[in-house]
Design a protein around this ligand. Structure first.
Ligand code: GLU
Length: 473
């Protein structure tokens, strides 16, 4: 396939590859694949200097097989209709794969947020939200946005406030958007969720002795050398949790260069430096790269692209040295690069699975908003007391005294414990299902890669819900 194919065509190529392994009627497969709705909004905003500028925004709802639809809103100069439709489609497959009951959607505004003041961004976000409301593209049971590249909690708070202002009597209005600040009905652990999910997913993949042996690696994350591309919300949290899981983050790449140190970085210190100076440039390291692309080709065990799409291409794929490519970003590998990497025996852990942590915890936030109660509120104190009564009984019966470290984990679960436990369980189950599918085909002498297996699983799950709707036989 030529690399000039659009992002949405690339997603559909992966879909088609997997669809060949299923026996669903062509019409059903077409219905799953197609993007149901997409809308282009243009509106004027007055800049701080008094000039008027036209802003371009989009929202695409890829699949309504389950409602609401769900997906982030990104602010980037690369945003266009094709990109938004592709990302919305990836949301559909991602949600299906991890059993999060949403259809896929995505939105975006074409801008570089660094060129706008805070109050300009607020005006743009609020106006975009009005457009969504007016066109029926937002609502707790309709379509629920979330953060994505270039957006975060603050934008979500503006979206919430705008929506609530327009619908003050709606009891569930606060479930109209996720990724909100904790003080605005957000949930603990949402900000870190995508990065944490990446590490839970990697931990599971790396625990399979047989698969690691094939890659010439020992099982587990311990000591594995990792290069992370992107140090935004996803990349920085993934790097932090990788370090905590005993992996060695030896390379970090940003848009204006990369840093390398074979001893591994202390991620908190790098994050601090970045916060103070605005960049990872100047952080003490063995080697600094002016050209960020060079960082992708560093010697390592795991390469984690956590930035934007189309980073691994036919051009650089032959020189990638990692044994595992862990797709924390959406669509970082082009189909040509995918083919080259697979042929070279590199394992690709696909985006549809690996970055599903964000939407998984968004689902928990949405449930929390609909139930109007914080997770753990009812049971925490009771569990605390029960566990401590049990501890005292064990200590009395055995004479053993629990250490302070052991006592730390004896407590009733609070919201963050529950969120992380639900996230870990989700990532483990989804990976096992992907692996089962691979094994099933391997037994029939078909080598199915992780991405194709993930798409096969997603297609089965979406097809099942269409059939439950009674539309297809
Ligand atoms: N933007 C994130 C993603 O691409 C999260 C979406 C959500 O939470 O709805 O998965």
């Amino acid at each position: 396939m030529a690399e000039s194919f659009s992002f949405f065509q690339k997603v559909n190529t992966d879909f088609d590859k997997a669809a060949r392994f299923t026996e669903y009627p062509r019409g059903l497969l077409e219905q799953i694949k197609i993007c149901n709705n997409s809308c282009h909004f243009t509106f004027p905003i007055k800049r701080d200097d008094g000039t008027i500028q036209t802003i371009h925004g989009w929202r695409a709802e890829h699949s309504h097989h389950i409602l609401p639809t769900k997906g982030g809103i990104r602010y980037s100069t690369l945003v266009n209709e094709d990109e938004i439709m592709a990302l919305a489609a990836l949301m559909t497959y991602k949600c299906a794969l991890v059993d999060v009951p949403f259809g896929g959607a995505k939105g975006g505004i074409q801008l570089d947020r660094r060129e706008y003041s805070e109050s300009e961004l607020e005006r743009i976000t609020r106006r975009y939200t009005y457009e969504l409301i007016q066109k029926n593209y937002i609502g707790p049971g309709i379509d629920v946005p979330a953060p994505d590249f270039g957006t975060g909690e603050t934008e979500m708070a503006w979206i919430l406030d705008t929506y609530i202002t327009m619908a003050p009597d709606k009891l569930n209005a606060m479930a109209c958007v996720t990724g909100k600040p904790i003080t605005q009905n957000g949930i603990h652990g949402r900000k870190e969720a995508t990065g944490r999910g990446v590490v839970f997913g990697l931990q599971e993949a790396c625990s399979v002795v047989e698969d690691m042996k094939q890659l010439g690696l020992p099982p587990g994350l311990h000591g594995k050398k990792v290069v992370v591309q992107g140090f935004g919300n996803v990349g920085s949290h993934a790097a932090q949790f990788l370090m905590e899981a005993d992996a060695r983050v030896t390379g970090i790449i940003e848009r204006n260069g990369g840093i390398y140190d074979p001893r591994g970085f202390d991620i908190e210190k790098v994050a601090m430096h970045r916060k103070e100076t605005g960049s990872i440039r100047g952080y003490p390291c063995t080697q600094f790269f002016e050209n960020p692309n060079d960082g992708l080709e560093l010697e390592c065990d795991i390469l984690v692209p956590a930035a934007l799409e189309n980073q691994l291409t036919a051009e650089n794929a032959p020189r990638i040295k990692a044994a595992i490519v862990a797709e924390a970003a959406n669509g970082p590998t082009t189909p040509d690069a995918d083919k080259i990497l697979q042929e070279r025996g590199i394992m690709i852990i696909p985006d549809t699975f690996l970055n599903a942590g964000g939407v998984t915890v968004s689902y928990f936030e949405w449930l929390r908003n609909l139930s109007h109660v914080r997770f753990g509120r009812l049971g925490k104190r009771f569990e605390d007391q029960a566990q401590h009564a049990m501890r005292r009984a064990v200590e009395k019966a055995t004479g053993y005294q629990f250490s302070d470290n052991e006592l730390e984990i004896i407590h009733g679960a609070d919201e963050e414990d529950l969120v992380n436990s639900g996230l870990q369980d989700t990532m483990i189950n989804a990976y096992q299902e992907i692996r089962e599918t691979r094994m099933q085909y391997k037994n029939k002498n078909n080598d199915v890669d992780c991405r194709t297996a993930a798409f096969i699983n997603a297609i089965h799950k979406i097809a099942k819900s269409y059939m439950q709707l009674g539309i297809f036989p």
